[in-house]
Design a binder for this molecule. Structure first.
Ligand code: ADP
Ligand code: MG
Length: 237
């Protein structure tokens, strides 16, 4: 641990500090809660992948991220850990409502990341809901959606709630995640995403992850991110 490189680091209060976290390679070295560390350890996550090493120190101090790394590189934990930590540090509780929205391209991918969020976040006391088309009645969801801290959604279903659910309230949103952004756009959700992003509060952190950096991903980044850190992890060729 003492051999970790020292890096420039800005903490939550905007204070520039020099910290060993900038060079951390193991999850336990990160400045995160014991609850999250225990969730990671029990799920056997010990060493970070490259995209996690590159993005977590930035995401954990509240910056917007545009992260590009190929499929299978571990992008899910690169946003699941920061969203858990953000609500934990804000002492988010049941009455605080929707604190984080995570958008995923398909029902299947949304379900997978929901499972990771639940597993790594199991020692926290947050509520999370999976809002995907065709799963169960949208009416059942409408009654509960404002009580959930984390919404994991496909774009169509989220916009449906924004349009139809009385009192749908995301005015306190802290962190927006756009996962697999290239696939969301490939499926043809550009307009849906634009409509969603235009209805979300501006003071928020946004984490955008994608396997590829296309022009449409960059357009989306311009629309949704503020002074992002660009982090690309690519294989050596
Ligand atoms: P991506 O979203 O980049 O395609 P995932 O987040 O779905 O990648 O992760 C791909 C696989 O790697 C999953 O099975 C996940 O459990 C595993 N994984 C991710 N991060 C780690 C890690 N730090 N240590 C071990 N396995 C990991
Ligand atoms: Mg993924």
């Amino acid at each position: 641990e003492k051999n970790l490189p020292v890096g420039r680091f800005v903490n939550d209060n905007g204070v520039v500090a020099f910290s060993r976290y900038a060079g951390a390679r193991k999850f336990y070295q990160l400045p995160i809660s014991k609850k999250t560390k225990d969730g990671l350890k029990e799920a056997k996550y010990i060493n970070m992948t490259d995209i996690q090493v590159a993005s977590l120190p930035h995401a954990l101090c509240g910056r917007d991220i545009l992260g590009a790394a190929k499929t299978g590189s571990g992008k899910t934990l690169a946003f699941v850990i920061p969203v858990l930590e953000k609500l934990y540090r804000e002492r988010w509780g049941p009455e605080d409502g929707v604190g984080s929205i995570i958008i995923s391209p398909t029902r299947e991918l949304a379900g997978q990341l929901f499972d990771v969020l639940r597993e790594v976040g199991k020692h926290h006391n947050f509520s999370a809901g999976l809002l995907i088309g065709g799963r169960k009645g949208v009416d059942t969801e409408k009654e509960r959606v404002n009580e959930l801290n984390f919404l994991v959604c496909t774009p169509g279903r989220l916009l449906q709630h924004m349009d139809e659910t009385p009192n749908f309230d995301c005015s306190q949103l802290q962190v927006l995640v756009l996962d697999e952004a290239d696939r969301i756009l490939d499926i043809g959700f550009k307009k849906t995403l634009n409509a969603i992003v235009s209805q979300l509060p501006k003071p928020r952190q946004t984490l955008l992850f994608s396997a590829t950096q296309t022009k449409s991903v960059q357009d989306l980044a311009r629309l949704s991110l503020k002074d992002p850190e660009y982090l690309g992890v690519h294989e050596e060729s």
